[in-house]
Write a protein that binds this ligand. Structure first.
Ligand code: GLU
Ligand code: MG
Length: 448
């Protein structure tokens, strides 16, 4: 047995740098290299089989064009490196990667590149940047934990200690301090939110945060799951995505205009109108599992309708007027929330599709629909029509068809990326088609 500490004081585990990438089913796959090879790996990356991008969550692999030979290169992104520390385990180093072709150009099936490209279009076409932040809802299970029915209480929160304390400590240690931590509405359900960051960084941070939460829970003998429904009748886990627009040159906030419709600037109105207009097609990417559609039901604050509203938690896209007394602070904090995403999605693909939808709204000068002032499920057909509200797809099968039949939305993804995504999702669906709802929830909770 080698000595636990090498001469640099590195422990055995921290002597490996794990390279991670988020695949089409939103899971982080990894490989490790010795820390001594860090610098050379960061420069050159590591080759990997492109077919790895066709893995389903449950071990299978979807039909794909790459076969046994095609390779791409995984290039680490230095600013994403974190050290994950927990009282009960050795530190682990994790760094995220992007994928390039062997010729050195970005690989069109790399989700991180898809988001980077969308943000670049927003910058070059409209001089705008986007800041975002993802809220993470998850459920904790532990053999000794019998969740109180009095959710949202201090007692509910304390039931999850010390797991939650160790999670927060590890997030802080990794340079990812939470904005807020709360016991949520479901049994042993928690939510952790973060401050906004530039689009690409917000997605990187989301990937890291999800892994840290899951990892620290596991190291503490518990399990944290983002499954959109941890059990068929449980409260759902969402991953709401907040976003706002900024001037790329001056970094001034441009989402708010006190004279604008519902307080939106002209540019923000077009952007948000584009996101709302294409919400049904976005579902395939942002709500990409069978459980996502158990979650997207009426009267559960998760949204069942393509809809726009101000402060309305039953709408797919919500204007979030902030609490700020000074006009400058108000404009900075004014933001929008995309609510039909969950933890089974790939954050790069989800935010990339939102940005593309917003861009489409800007290009077509899209008009905001009338804001829904109540739960769309409680409206009459005429009321829904007046707000341009439609039911979201009710299954992943339908969502995939809706994405493919929305020619505009389908064109935002490079064809090989879109086709691979659809093939992976259809293979995933086949692998779970005979499961009962209980079995389905258990299967996804074990992986997500
Ligand atoms: N848990 C709800 C969902 O499935 C959201 C509750 C909230 O508004 O935070 O999205
Ligand atoms: Mg919440």
């Amino acid at each position: 047995m080698p000595d636990k500490n090498d001469k640099n004081g590195e422990t055995e585990n921290s002597a490996l740098l794990m390279l991670g990438w988020t695949d089409l089913v939103g899971l982080v796959r990894v490989r490790g290299v010795p820390v001594s090879a860090r610098d050379v790996t960061i420069t050159r990356g590591l080759g990997w089989a492109a077919a790895g991008q066709a893995m389903t969550p449950f071990g299978g692999i979807a039909p794909n064009p790459w076969g046994a030979t095609a390779e791409v290169q995984q290039i680490p992104v230095p600013e994403t490196e974190v050290t994950i520390v927990d009282a009960s385990q050795e530190p682990i180093r994790l760094i995220l990667t992007r994928s390039e072709t062997k010729e050195g150009s970005p690989w069109e099936c790399c989700p991180r590149t898809f988001l980077a490209d969308a943000l670049e279009k927003l910058r070059t076409e409209y001089g705008l940047t986007l800041k975002a932040t993802f809220e993470h809802e998850f459920s904790i299970t532990h053999r000794d934990l019998i969740p109180t029915e009095a959710t949202y209480t201090f007692a509910a929160y304390r039931q999850t200690a010390p797991i939650i304390h160790n999670i927060v400590a590890a997030l802080q240690e990794a340079g990812l301090p939470p904005h807020a931590v709360e016991p949520e509405f479901g049994a042993a359900q928690l939510e952790i939110s973060f401050s906004p960051a530039d689009g690409l960084k917000s997605a990187d941070e989301t990937v890291l945060v999800r892994e840290i939460i899951r990892d620290i829970a596991a190291q503490n003998g518990a399990a944290a799951t983002y499954a959109p429904k941890p059990a068929p009748h449980a409260v759902g886990n969402g991953m709401h995505i907040h976003f706002s627009l900024w001037n790329a040159e001056t970094d001034a906030p441009i989402s708010y205009d006190s004279n604008g419709n519902y307080g939106l600037s002209e540019e923000a109105a077009c952007f948000v109108a584009g996101v709302t207009r294409h919400a049904k097609a976005l579902c395939a990417i942002t709500a990409p599992s069978p459980l996502s559609y158990m979650r997207l039901q009426p009267h559960s604050w998760s949204c069942a309708y393509k809809s726009f509203g101000v402060q309305n938690r039953e709408c797919a896209v919500r204007v979030c007027p902030p609490y700020a007394k000074d006009p400058e602070g108000y404009a900075k904090a004014f933001n929008f929330e995309y609510r039909i995403a969950d933890g089974t999605c790939n954050p790069y693909l989800a935010l990339g599709m939102i940005v593309n939808a917003g861009l489409e709204g800007l290009r077509s000068n899209a008009a905001l629909p009338k804001a829904a002032d109540k739960d769309p499920a409680d409206m009459t057909d005429a009321e829904r029509q007046a707000c341009d509200i439609e039911r979201l797809p009710s299954s992943l099968e339908d969502s995939l068809d809706v994405l493919l039949s929305d020619e505009v939305a389908a064109s935002w993804m490079p064809a090989p990326l879109r086709d691979a995504f659809v093939a992976v999702k259809r293979t995933e669906l086949q692998s779970v088609e005979n499961l009962s709802d209980d079995e389905l929830c258990a299967k996804y909770a074990a992986v997500y």
